[in-house]
Ligand binder design. Structure first.
Ligand code: CA
Length: 648
């Protein structure tokens, strides 16, 4: 739809040799000649926008050969004002600062760029209506259990999208753990009922945007187009359908985003807008013709440099500006155009997919002031949303630093609501494996939770047994099913958001080569036509794996129904006699979780737990359905986790 022949108010700006100039509104109509002859702009990002945001500003990245030579920019809309244009270092970019009127109506309007020689380019830009109000975007919280998926490895619903000749990495090879296997978005959508039956209320698929890289592109973290769904995963429409199908089931879609780095194959790496678009860019440009990995300046991965009062500037700079790995250029978020680009990109996806949260990759690696601004911009626009940042640290001090509300020594104000509990993950595994001594075993787990005093909001931290970058929990616990169940039930009960990686429910492992990323991300059986085992239906699935599925189903569905777990108070008692008791409670319910390491039947004396006020009460064992009366003793018949509720 074009506004042919319509007389409208436009904002006209003359682009002079200086980089920025103020707006000069005037009234003209777009000529028929322009509409017929102007070349369409090659790329505009964001590709469209919406009306009705709190922040009425929008910055467009315009990419077109020589668009930087534009003399005038005309906006054919009475609702959109051009505030400024900015030339880039490359002649093939122009950035436009627009302001959208407060009560603007959805519309499509033209932007015309005129060069000195009279050449005209045109962009037809759309402002869409927003589908729901900003405060209706409810982010995941402690009532949620999130199922993490590596999309390439979950289910292949559509073999016709497995490979595209125009992309750098072609073909699929399921025998190669680092090749594409063909899993796709539709494969996830088709199995949402399976995930829901397990009790999960949200999914977090690893990034689904295009990774046009020469190899190992399946994992998704080397994004080469921030506005495009990787065609091997499906279409934008399929991604949107995934979001809709989740919402129909009362579930949330969490998008995995990456602000720190892109993939080396990103389209802008061929023609960078600014001299400082990525960090250590000179080094890249010098070696661009024949890429040499040894010339890349990579991060020192000294994540403590963000907080360390003794850290050298050298270490700090290398930490945040070094490339994550040689194939992933480090984005310079101190460049204000890059900063706006990333913030708008996140908002674009929240609106486009109706997101129920964002998981932000490698949180301590980008410029930390930018991360605060990024999270702040999103949380201001969507007050009930949620974002979890990946700080892979087992040190609670570092985890605490990044969470909103923490009183930081350097005055850093984070706007990030949720962080990840790598500390608990490590202590839990260690505590389950280690013998019971005065300081090891269950005591390690107890002490790990006791660290919650240092967090601004423990309940908004995400706990997990493992993830897509870690050895599988079953492998970490050396193939011990009981220990695996103990780990899972503890994590599902403590005051946290609970996250579990796909396949944990069927004891997926990486024993063959522990920690190997390709192996961790093994295909989910039944996701491919002809699979001998189908874990979705249970066909040919081993008894021990079926048993684990049932365990997860009971555990996570119970968690889903228990407000005491979602929002209740917490009390735990120091481990004694190889047992550790933790309770979650509110006015209506008390949930009691016991980790018991006694192999033989053991009578747990309950006198020590009087504070819980359970004397004489009847409790139900969540896993067996049996009831017990809370009197003098509780018999624990074997090693394992015990989960009781006063809600019968
Ligand atoms: Ca496929």
């Amino acid at each position: 739809m074009k506004h042919i022949g319509k007389l409208i108010l436009i904002a006209l700006i003359l682009v002079s040799s200086c980089k920025e100039q103020q707006t000069q509104p005037t009234k003209v109509s777009i000529s028929k000649e322009t509409l017929e002859n102007a070349q369409p702009i090659e790329k505009t990002e964001p590709p469209h926008w919406w009306t009705g945001f709190k922040n009425q500003e929008l910055q467009l990245l315009i990419k077109h050969p020589n668009v930087g030579d534009t003399e005038t920019v005309e906006i054919f809309s009475d609702q959109v004002e051009l505030k400024q244009t900015h030339k880039a270092d490359s002649p093939n970019y122009l950035f436009l600062d627009l302001e959208i009127a407060e009560n603007a109506q959805p519309e499509e309007f033209n932007i015309v760029f005129t060069l000195a020689d009279g050449t005209e380019f045109i962009e037809s830009y759309e402002l869409k209506p927003r589908e729901k109000k900003a405060d209706e975007y409810i982010g995941f919280n402690s009532s949620d259990a999130i199922y993490l998926i590596t999309p390439d490895r979950f289910a292949n619903a559509n073999p016709s999208n497995d490979s595209f000749d125009y992309l750098n990495e072609t073909g699929i090879d399921r025998s190669d753990n680092y090749a594409r296997h063909g899993g796709d978005i539709e494969g996830i959508t088709n199995h949402l009922d399976y995930i829901k039956d397990l009790g999960f209320t949200a999914i977090w698929p690893c990034p689904l945007l295009t990774n046009d890289m020469p190899s190992s592109s399946y994992h998704g973290y080397a994004i080469t187009d921030y506005y495009q769904v990787d065609p091997r995963f499906g279409t934008l429409h399929e991604y949107q359908t995934l979001g809709e199908e989740l919402r129909k089931r009362g579930m949330k879609l969490v998008m995995d985003q990456v602000a720190n780095h892109c993939g080396l194959g990103h389209w802008w790496m061929q023609d960078l807008p600014f001299k400082d678009w990525v960090n250590f860019q000179d080094n890249y440009l010098q070696n661009q013709s024949q890429w040499d990995n040894s010339k890349v300046i990579t991060s020192n991965h000294v994540r403590t440099a963000n907080q360390d009062i003794y850290a050298s500037n050298t270490d700090k700079k290398l930490m945040s500006d070094g490339w994550f790995v040689s194939g992933m250029p480090d984005l310079n978020q101190r460049n204000p155009f890059m900063a706006k680009y990333l913030i708008q990109n996140s908002i674009w996806w929240i609106e486009t997919l109706g997101l129920g949260g964002i998981r932000q990759d490698t949180y301590p690696y980008p410029d930390k002031d930018f991360m605060s601004a990024w999270a702040g911009a999103i949380m201001t626009e969507y007050p009930n949303f949620n974002i979890v940042g990946e700080e892979w640290s087992t040190n609670p001090l570092l985890i605490a630093y990044w969470q909103e509300g923490h009183d930081n020594h350097d005055g850093y104000k984070s706007n990030l609501p949720s962080t990840m509990d790598f500390a608990m993950q490590e202590q839990l595994v260690s505590g389950l494996k280690n013998p019971e001594t005065w300081g090891t075993g269950l005591k390690e787990i107890y002490v790990a939770l006791a660290n919650d005093f240092s967090y601004a909001n423990p309940q908004r931290i995400m706990a997990f047994p493992d993830n897509h970058d870690m050895s599988r929990i079953f492998t970490q616990l050396e193939g011990d099913i009981t220990n695996t169940k103990m780990a899972l039930s503890y994590l599902a009960t403590i005051p946290r958001i609970f996250q579990m990686y796909y396949g944990t429910e069927i004891l997926m492992d990486d024993f063959e080569k522990p920690g190997d990323h390709g192996l961790i991300r093994t295909d989910f059986p039944g996701g491919w036509e002809g699979d001998a085992v189908n874990a979705f239906t249970g066909e040919n699935l081993e008894a021990s794996k079926k048993d684990m599925q049932e365990f997860i189903k009971k555990l996570v569905n119970f968690r889903k129904s228990s407000e005491a777990i979602h929002t209740g108070k917490t009390m735990h008692f120091g481990p004694e006699d190889n047992t550790y008791l933790l309770a979650r409670y509110n006015e209506d319910e008390t949930v009691v979780h016991i980790l018991n390491k006694n192999e033989e039947p053991f009578d747990l004396e309950l006198d020590r737990f009087k504070e819980l006020g359970l004397d004489g009460k009847t409790l139900k064992n969540v896993f067996t359905g049996e009831t017990v009366t809370w009197t003098e003793n509780l018999t624990l018949d074997k090693k394992g986790s015990y989960l009781f509720t006063t809600k019968l």
